[in-house]
Design a binder for this molecule. Structure first.
Ligand code: SF4
Length: 567
């Protein structure tokens, strides 16, 4: 094994998304305030340094792996940076526009029904349409100016434990070929040793998965034992002739092209200069193994409501990501053996409002306040770090998530039955019929092929104008990986893929992956699984939805992956 250089820091944040960046930025604010109070004699003690904060980002640069719809509730950003929307010029926050109008539809294949009165959770007055990727870059600049260090192009590959406690991570090795041999440019990864490690990796974080797999059930907070459940959002950015739709218009839809027993819905957000964010969220707890979230999204664009907005425009960008939907009852322990879990990694998302950016930022701020107290007291004990969970309990995160604690579980019953439960939940402060609606991991909902023999959708042949193949879309995600490296998609037993899965599920990885990574190709005796890892847009859907749970997504060589812009 190659010798690894060790790098010591106090605070290690893995992931420079909104949660990780908010953790870093809030912590630097508190440190600057702390030091200024010492300078002015109003505080005793030692000064702290922002250089004690280190952030690892697996993307080529901050923001390159960030993607969201996105309509942002600005509440948390205003707490973090109170002047964020009043600064003019190059320093101003990258807000596309405020939401001007909400429209919600139920779609059938050819028709639509517009809701005359919007449920409160669909109201977006005061919210902002943003590109998360631009917002991330902007926050990242502020973090770098504040003195924290960001290492872009470095993935946290493995947790390091000392005496049962996480004390940092190993970063990825660079320059390893497909067979595992060192190439001429080989560089071993670093051992980043830290007193506290913040996991801000986004949805289905690979380090958080390692951590939680080693967590005894007794550490799960009482009453929060639901497994995490997910959806996948597939998105395109379009440019259309300006003047066709008012900037600030927010359209949400339920129904077609999803089946009535599926969770999810479509969106279209209009921004200035004819830019359109359009996408479809599909619950990763569907039954039909032939269901393809990317194809469903392409169908969605052919609906007359969406077609007439997009037609004549052009596809600009593409991306996909998974979204944690389980809510309050699926939150894991938030502080665990030397780590804090923030943002999507913890599962902070309001699936009824389809909003998580504000919760990610707020959870990062609360983690930062906990870490600041630990730095000031020079005490990173588990007891001290558990104050983060208390801060979450006492914050507006709980106030927002508690009334929707049973929402996604109810919707696992399908749109009609789920809608009845949700109406009851609205009347009972989120309770509904049961105190805690149970749920199962999404992959367990997948039925075998034989049980889903009906309802076959005709194939969709992309026209290259309104609808596109996965490979065309991947091209528009600017995804790039070093080709000659070990696959970052680990299949524990490919024999299962080539035999049992073919018969039982028809190899659904070919369908649920929105980037054409998985293919069944003719082998010598039978069709065999073949991977195109360089297409991977890091959405983690395969890690979540594989029916046998034999696929593990691990970070590829740092810097690989999509290069999202304006998404
Ligand atoms: Fe997503 Fe997995 Fe496909 Fe990569 S290989 S794009 S993580 S489903």
């Amino acid at each position: 094994m190659a010798e690894r250089e060790r790098f010591d820091t106090t605070v290690l944040i893995v992931g420079a998304g909104p949660a990780g960046l908010a953790t870093a930025l809030r912590l630097t604010q508190l440190i600057h305030q702390h030091n200024s109070e010492i300078d002015h004699g109003s505080r005793q003690g030692r000064k702290l340094s922002t250089e004690e904060i280190c952030i690892l980002e697996k993307g080529r640069e901050i923001g390159s792996h960030l993607l969201s719809g996105a309509v942002m509730d600005p509440r948390a950003l205003r707490e973090l940076l109170p002047e964020f929307d009043s600064v003019e010029g190059p320093e101003s926050a990258p807000i596309a526009c405020p939401v001007a109008r909400d429209e919600v539809y139920y779609l059938t294949e050819r028709g639509q029904w517009k809701l005359p009165i919007l449920p409160p959770f669909f109201h977006n007055s005061g919210n902002k349409i943003v590109s998360l990727n631009r917002l991330g870059r902007w926050l990242g600049e502020k973090v770098e100016q504040s003195g924290a260090t960001v290492f872009a192009g470095f993935a946290g590959r493995e947790l390091v434990y000392e005496e049962g406690r996480v004390t940092g991570v190993l970063t990825d090795d660079k320059g390893v070929d497909r067979a595992g041999n060192h190439k001429s440019n080989f560089e071993p990864g670093y051992h980043v040793r830290a007193r506290i490690t913040v996991l801000a990796e986004g949805s289905r974080g690979s380090l958080a998965k390692q951590l939680l797999a080693n967590t005894p059930p007794s550490r799960i907070p009482p009453g929060r034992s639901n497994p995490q459940t997910y959806a996948v959002g597939v998105k395109e950015l379009w440019e259309i002739p300006s003047g066709r739709i008012e900037p600030g218009t927010v359209i949400h839809s339920a129904g077609w092209p999803l089946r009535s027993d599926q969770f999810g819905g479509g969106w279209l957000y209009a921004m200035p200069e004819g830019m359109i964010s359009v996408g479809l969220v599909s619950g990763l707890d569907y039954r039909d193994p032939r269901f393809d979230p990317h194809t469903a999204f392409q169908r969605y664009k052919t609906h007359p409501l969406i077609r007439r907005i997009l037609e004549g425009g052009k596809l600009v960008k593409y991306g996909a990501k998974s979204i944690p939907e389980g809510g309050w009852y699926s939150l894991p322990p938030l502080s665990l053996s030397g780590t804090l879990l923030v943002g999507d990694t913890a599962g902070f998302l309001n699936s009824q409002r389809l909003k998580g950016i504000h919760l990610a930022i707020k959870s990062g701020m609360l983690a930062a306040e906990t870490i600041y107290q630990a730095m000031a007291a020079d005490d990173f004990s588990d007891e001290r770090m558990s104050e983060y969970a208390l801060r979450v309990e006492n914050s507006w995160i709980r106030e927002e998530l508690w009334p929707v604690r049973n929402f996604h579980q109810a919707m696992q019953n399908g749109l009609l039955r789920g809608g009845v439960h949700v109406a009851l939940q609205l009347l009972t402060g989120g309770r509904g019929l049961y105190a805690r609606y149970p749920s199962r991991p999404g992959n367990e909902h997948m039925a075998k092929l034989l049980q889903e023999a009906e309802n076959i959708q005709p194939p969709l042949v992309p026209d290259g104008k309104l609808t596109f193949s996965k490979t065309t879309d991947v091209f528009h995600s600017a995804t790039r990986h070093e080709e000659n490296q070990p696959s970052h998609l680990l299949i524990a037993d490919t024999n299962i893929c080539n035999t049992r899965c073919t018969v039982e599920y028809g190899n659904p990885c070919q369908n649920f992956c929105p980037a054409a990574v998985y293919e069944m190709v003719e082998g010598k005796q039978r069709r065999e699984i073949h991977l195109n890892p360089s297409n991977c847009v890091h959405c983690k859907t395969c890690d979540i939805m594989d029916p046998y749970q034999i696929i593990t997504w691990v970070p590829p060589e740092g810097g690989g992956g999509p290069s999202y812009e304006n998404l």
